[in-house]
Design a protein around this ligand. Structure first.
Ligand code: PXG
Length: 411
């Protein structure tokens, strides 16, 4: 149990100091206990704790939307605020279907996700998602959804550094689905540019560009789910910039407020925004939450972005990522290590499962790391790391050394 946090560290209820190797849960990018965020939240709570987002507006939400739009590439310049990544995903999927309808293309209702995708836990997100345990308990989910094949290929790409060489052709799977369903029925494709939850899977070289081309060719919207990659995780504000691929929408959350106050967002291209504004009289999009653009979340978000800017955190992973890459790949050859993957300031070790006990070894490594003062995560037998972007070289060494000891102990 954790009871306090500051900088790169948590403290347990017993008072043990733990290096945070996972930025909380992929979100505390600027490190813990940032006073500027606490002060901004306090000030906003004292000034105006809440304002209705329907019919009414307030300045700070526009200010924050402008900041986010400035960070995003190209004409991704309008923002719809939500309270989580799951809500951002469901919002983006709804925008995609409504956008086509407004343009007189109402048959475009299908949504395409990808195997091993994680898009939160709403019905939209689990429907397009591709992680079996998040789906199998919850019935038939949304109709009209299909999935691209995933891109993990340990046989061909094991121990790749950054983007693997093989697999760009897997983007052509979208052509297969177009052959099956016809493009006129497909509204959007949603993918994580780098798979997070299912175990840090960078896209094969050229894959995202090819997927973009196929989407454009068939009039299908491309949604990049950047809930994890957004806000500097791979060395650019967004992965769209890192891979130089322009999506039609970006979903984000987590690092948007440094994890301090729940918030998510959908960033849309101008053409999508204009379609809603031009074609609809009155309410443009029949969608919104009580807490959309919550003033306190916006205050936390603005303070967070100011820290990112001042400390140049959104590009810092270009440097620190190199140390993490070196360190993590030095684990090759340890018992049961079958793959190591990395990009920016995130990486994972994939372990061979114990016979008949899938996930047991990964969880044991996670526990040993925690006993030895480092927080990582276990997702089955995959152990991902994703530390706050403020991490220094010595702390990366501590993270890697502790992981090495724990993998040996769990042999
Ligand atoms: N999309 C992506 C790509 C995510 O990673 C969500 C949507 C949903 O966000 P919310 O805020 O609704 O949780 C996520 C969330 C893990 C882990 O261990 C990852 C997430 C959540 C919980 C655990 O990898 N990502």
């Amino acid at each position: 149990m954790l009871s306090r946090a500051e900088g790169m560290y948590y403290w347990t209820v017993e008072g043990r100091k733990i290096l945070d190797g996972f930025a909380g849960m992929w979100c505390v990018n600027a490190g813990h206990g940032r006073k500027e965020i606490a002060d901004a939240v306090h000030q906003q709570l004292s000034t105006m704790e809440y304002a209705p987002p329907f019919q009414m507006g307030h300045p700070i939400v526009f200010q924050f939307a402008n900041e986010i739009a400035k960070l995003a590439p190209g004409d991704l310049d309008h923002v719809f605020f939500t309270n989580s990544g799951s809500e951002a995903v469901d919002t983006a999927l709804k925008i995609a279907i409504a956008y086509h309808r407004l343009r007189g293309d109402a048959s475009r209702q299908r949504l395409i996700g990808r195997e091993k995708g994680y898009h939160g836990v709403g019905f939209g997100g689990i429907s397009v998602g591709g992680m079996v345990n998040n789906r199998k308990f919850f019935g038939a989910m949304l109709p009209g959804v299909d999935h691209l094949r995933h891109t993990l290929d340990i046989g061909r790409n094991a121990f790749s550094r950054g983007e693997p060489e093989n697999g760009a052709e897997l983007a052509d799977d979208l052509e297969r689905l177009v052959q099956l369903h016809d493009a006129s029925t497909i509204a959007a494709v949603i993918v994580e540019p780098v798979v997070g939850s299912a175990g840090v899977i960078p896209p094969p070289k050229g894959y995202l560009k090819r997927l973009r081309e196929i989407c454009t060719k068939h009039g299908i919207l491309m949604i990049m789910d950047e809930v994890i990659t957004g806000f500097g995780r791979i060395g650019q504000p967004f992965a769209a910039q890192y891979f130089d691929v322009m999506p039609d929408m970006i979903t984000c959350a987590k690092g948007i407020t440094n994890g301090a106050i729940p918030m998510g967002a959908v960033i849309v291209r101008k053409g999508i925004y204009d379609t809603f504004m031009d074609k609809q009289d009155g309410i443009e999009l029949f969608h919104g939450y009580t807490y959309s653009g919550h003033p306190v979340a916006c205050a936390a978000g603005l303070a967070t972005q100011e820290i990112y800017r001042r400390e140049k955190l959104l590009t810092r992973a270009q440097e620190t990522g190199k140390y993490l890459e070196e360190g993590m790949h030095s684990l090759k050859g340890l018992p049961n290590v079958i793959d190591i993957r990395n990009i920016g300031l995130t990486a994972c070790v994939e372990l061979a499962p114990r016979p008949g006990k899938v996930g047991a070894r990964g969880f044991e490594v996670f526990l040993k790391c925690f006993e030895n003062g480092v927080l990582v995560r276990a997702s089955g037998d995959i152990v991902p790391v994703s530390p706050p972007l403020i991490i220094d070289k010595q702390q990366i060494e501590q993270l890697v050394n502790t992981l090495a000891d724990s993998i040996k102990a769990a042999a």
